[in-house]
Design a binder for this molecule. Structure first.
Ligand code: ZN
Length: 102
């Protein structure tokens, strides 16, 4: 996955288009990420006891990784991610400023 936890990303599709947030969870198999505070879905909780009000909570739903763009921590631009060897390690690089991201 090109996107990892704690990355800053911008959503490029959907209702939260152009909003930025921090990645708090990644699902590599599903190709999805959860962005803090974005793509909120309302979830209704059932009442447990009579007379109690049902609650509505908001949760960040996963977003397809194709629908987000990484915001480079070095140059602050949205960018595609490349890979480059740093010694023996393959690390992510920003395609715009060529700096290592990790
Ligand atoms: Zn950059």
């Amino acid at each position: 996955m090109k996107i990892k936890s704690n990355d800053k990303v911008k959503i490029i599709k959907g209702k939260d288009r152009n909003k930025e947030g921090k990645v708090i969870q990644v699902f590599p198999v599903a190709g999805k990420v959860v962005v803090e505070g974005l793509n909120l879905m309302k979830k209704h909780l059932r009442t447990r006891k009579a007379g109690e009000k049902g609650q509505v909570i908001e949760l960040s739903a996963p977003v397809r990784v194709e629908n987000v763009s990484l915001v480079c921590p070095k140059c602050n631009h949205t960018t595609r991610v490349g890979f480059k060897l740093d010694g023996k390690d393959k690390k992510r690089v920003c395609r715009k400023c060529k700096e290592f991201i990790d």
